[in-house]
Design a protein around this ligand. Structure first.
Ligand SMILES: Nc1nc(=O)c2c([nH]1)NC[C@@H]1CN(c3ccc(C(=O)N[C@@H](CCC(=O)O)C(=O)O)cc3)C=[N+]21
Ligand SMILES: [Mg+2]
Length: 299
């Protein structure tokens, strides 16, 4: 075996640069149109992880010069109350982007809530209209995590045309839109999921491997094709040697000896997700006021 180590894809640094570009465009919108992008983040209940994410989003929204609007509903709020809030935000011309933090309490129908958001303000890209626009190659709001993964892949590889890509995980929020984006880039795309018969055989062929399975270290390093570009979307809190640690869906220490490049956890895809949320809010605002969209920020 060779002892070369993969290049570490620094999502944290890439995201910081992306946020600076967003900030510059926010300043341009303000100067040229007198408009400040407004991003509404709705949190229902007090899930500790969600509370941390929402706080981070609020801080970064302010840092790029956007107006952040936080809405907190109690865990026992009714679905009707949440739908009313979403409709109010839809009607508010100062709000260009709306994010309803998931998961929602079990007594709410998350699909109904998401599909009530005006698709043009749906900065998560989860609305069925945006999913359909993406799947048919039309201008959409693109889900933030797959968009961030795509930016990292393009930065690493340039044109993705012709690459054999495998997406592990078929969720509506990561796996499926990721596969659509890779297809649009002219990759040969496969999607693996919990019923895939021989995951190892699929992984071994992948030149681009995106893993969003939500299972700690599901992919051992020795399955990975030498030189592959590995994007690890997983964020799993586990205990190792009695200590809580954060690991991805890929066994990083093994994979780093085989892959050509790999994202770390933390510091890889996670920061890109938030930066792309801000980029999407900027995009939504540009579309709302008829301003040109900065090319490097859109899919
Ligand atoms: N409507 C909606 N949209 C979302 O985009 C959404 C959501 N709901 N619910 C929760 C998940 C999770 N999520 C993350 C964003 C950033 C990091 C992130 O920045 N992680 C850092 C730090 C990780 C840590 O220390 O916890 C990293 O990976 O380096 C993680 C997770 C967005 N989500
Ligand atoms: Mg190398």
């Amino acid at each position: 075996m060779c002892s070369a180590r993969a290049d570490i894809i620094d999502g944290k640094a890439f995201a910081a640069t992306l946020r600076q570009k967003v900030a510059a465009q926010v300043a341009r919108l303000k100067a040229e149109y007198g408009i400040v992008p407004g991003l509404a983040v709705v949190l229902v209940g007090e899930d500790p992880a969600s509370t941390v994410y929402v706080r981070n989003k609020e801080r970064m929204t302010a840092e790029v010069g956007m107006n952040g609007h936080a809405f907190r509903l109690p865990a026992h709020a009714s679905e009707a109350e949440l739908l009313d809030l979403v409709r109010q935000l839809n009607a508010d011309s100062a709000i260009h982007g709306i994010l309803v933090q998931l998961p929602l309490p079990a007594h709410m129908d998350a699909r109904k809530v998401i599909n009530t958001i005006n698709p043009e303000k749906d900065v998560d890209g989860f609305h069925v209209v945006n999913a359909g626009l993406l799947a048919t190659g039309q201008e959409a709001m693109v889900p933030c995590t797959p968009l961030g993964c795509l930016m990292l892949l393009r930065d690493r590889l340039g044109s993705l045309a012709g690459y054999k890509a495998l997406v592990v995980g078929a969720s509506n929020i990561v796996g499926k839109p990721m596969a659509q984006l890779l297809l649009a880039e002219k990759c040969t795309v496969s999607i693996a999921h919990s019923r895939t018969r021989d995951l190892e055989a699929e992984v071994r062929q992948a030149e681009i491997l995106v893993v969003a399975a939500g299972r700690a270290e599901l992919i051992p390093g020795d399955w990975i094709k030498p030189g592959a570009v590995v994007i690890d979307v997983g964020i799993n809190r586990i205990e190792r040697d009695g200590k809580p640690v954060l690991v991805g869906d890929v066994a990083f220490e093994q994979a780093v000896r085989v892959a050509g490049a790999i994202t770390p956890v933390p510091g890889g895809v996670g920061p890109m997700t938030i930066a792309c949320l801000l980029a999407n809010a900027l995009t939504a605002c540009c579309r709302a006021v008829g301003a040109s969209e900065p090319a490097e920020l859109v899919a």
